[in-house]
Design a protein. Structure first.
Length: 463
């Protein structure tokens, strides 16, 4: 660690992994509820399990982004963090607020929770991914603004690089677009229109800037390739991502009552969205092939390359499969959508947070540039278990979606939703099995941080 204040990122990373474990556990519960409808009912109904699963995903990724920023920015800016004490205070505020919200979901009926938390004052609840009570949303805004103040002041007083500038723009964009979660118009079309300004413009907009900045930082550190080369790639990728992603929001507007021109705009620009992700694959492998040093942290390099490939497959290929308006007419809201969502979130955002944790955690724990070779081997096993099982989860959900489209929407005698669900149960069972393998990989990832032995450098010296 070059700067003492980078240590504040450690609790963020630990909390992120803990919330990741909780997210997957509730995902497994949901998976069983797809095939055993009364599983854990009435203690954890499906709608509650789903809220916890999706909200835990968002919170742990935000925790990971904040931890990554606290580690990356001081090093890029070549100065200590503006206020480490503020960073620690914000961590505990954010963690406690997230925990209380989850407890509220589990113990209080959602309608009662809405009344208790002031939803009648500003009605913001009841929207997918944005189910958080008003109090929690206000808390998120306060934490985000204080966090951005801390990071921005650090960048302003230190060196300005392409990486910390792109990261800062992405983080500010994240906070600004979240404000639309407070806007809940009575008109359903307007509601969905602006709802996507949070959800889509996060994951297919400003989050991609955060992804690009973190990936560039890790590749610079692990390969030794000239900063100028990596920064040029970074500018090209984020430009392509923003141009295609912002206008590509239109692929959510096809069938919600908006003007027909969105079918053209959405289809054309969404069809271009795989390009920046494909460029990211070329970029990552090209940089690694041109590396000037053999970094001892092989696990971090593996996560970095895996991020590029899986982001391209999940966000690019599986996104393209159903993004054209004539295809989306039949696939919208089916399990094909779920297949795309699972691989895209894992490939683009879960993996980039794990990449940063894999790179930074050995230094934060005083182990030098890398963990022991045994620990890295364990971590790489976890990489392959999680990544391969996610591929199978995506394939099983795709199979379920194709059959669902055919039986429910495309055939001459379309069947009822629940009748079709009964016929695609086999895919849900296979998805649940793959989910258990994924969870095994995640447990192995946690274990890898407790595996001892000499570090990579010490092991080579002994040999």
């Amino acid at each position: 660690m070059q700067f003492k204040s980078q240590a504040v990122s450690k609790p963020y990373f630990i909390a992120a992994i803990g919330l990741f474990v909780a997210q997957i556990l509730f995902g497994l519960i949901m998976g069983l509820q797809y095939v055993m409808g009364d599983f854990l009912f009435p203690h954890i109904p499906f709608n509650v399990a789903r809220m916890v699963h999706t909200n835990a995903l968002i919170v742990w990724l935000l925790m990971g982004f904040m931890g990554a920023a606290y580690y990356l920015v001081p090093e890029e800016s070549e100065t200590e963090l503006f206020s480490p004490k503020l960073a620690i205070a914000l961590f505990w505020i954010f963690l406690v607020a997230a925990a209380l919200t989850v407890v509220g979901y589990l113990l209080v009926p959602y309608a009662t929770l809405a009344k208790m938390t002031g939803n009648d004052i500003i009605p913001t609840m009841g929207r997918e991914f944005l189910e958080q009570p008003l109090i929690t949303k206000v808390g998120i805004v306060i934490v985000a603004l204080a966090f951005l103040f801390n990071i921005t002041m650090t960048v302003l007083k230190g060196r300005k690089t392409a990486i910390n500038t792109v990261l800062l723009v992405g983080l500010w964009g994240l906070a600004i677009f979240f404000l639309f979660s407070f806007y809940n118009p009575d008109n359903v079309v307007r509601d969905k229109f602006y709802w996507w300004w949070v959800v889509h413009l996060w994951v297919e907009g400003v989050w991609e800037l955060i992804l690009g900045a973190i990936l560039a930082f890790v590749l610079i550190k692990t390969t030794g390739v000239d900063r100028e080369v990596i920064e040029k790639w970074l500018y090209v990728i984020i430009s392509l991502a923003l141009i295609t992603g912002i206008i590509g929001t239109g692929h959510h507007y096809y069938w919600i009552g908006t003007p027909e021109y969105w079918q053209w705009w959405g289809s054309i620009f969404s069809a271009l969205e795989p390009i920046p992700f494909f460029a990211m694959v070329i970029y990552a492998f090209n940089i690694v092939n041109r590396r000037r040093r053999e970094h001892p942290n092989k696990a971090a390099t593996l996560w970095a390359l895996g991020t590029a490939v899986m982001a391209f497959l999940g966000a690019g290929v599986w996104g393209f499969l159903h993004t054209l308006a004539p295809v989306n007419f039949y696939t919208h809201g089916t399990q094909i959508t779920a297949a795309h969502g699972h691989m895209a979130f894992y490939g683009a955002y879960a993996m980039i947070v794990l990449t940063m944790i894999s790179y930074a955690m050995p230094k934060l724990r005083g182990m030098g540039e890398a963990a022991s070779e045994r620990a890295q081997l364990t971590e790489m096993w976890s990489f392959w278990l999680m990544t391969v099982s996610m591929v199978f989860i995506t394939l099983f959900l795709t199979g379920a979606g194709v059959l669902q489209v055919w039986l429910q929407r495309y055939s001459e005698a379309p069947q009822a939703f629940m009748a079709v669900q009964e016929q695609i149960k086999i895919f849900y069972w296979m998805r649940e099995t793959a989910g258990l393998v994924f969870f095994t990989g995640l447990v192995l990832y946690v274990i890898s941080h407790f595996v001892g032995g000499p570090t990579g450098a010490k092991a080579k010296a002994r040999a």
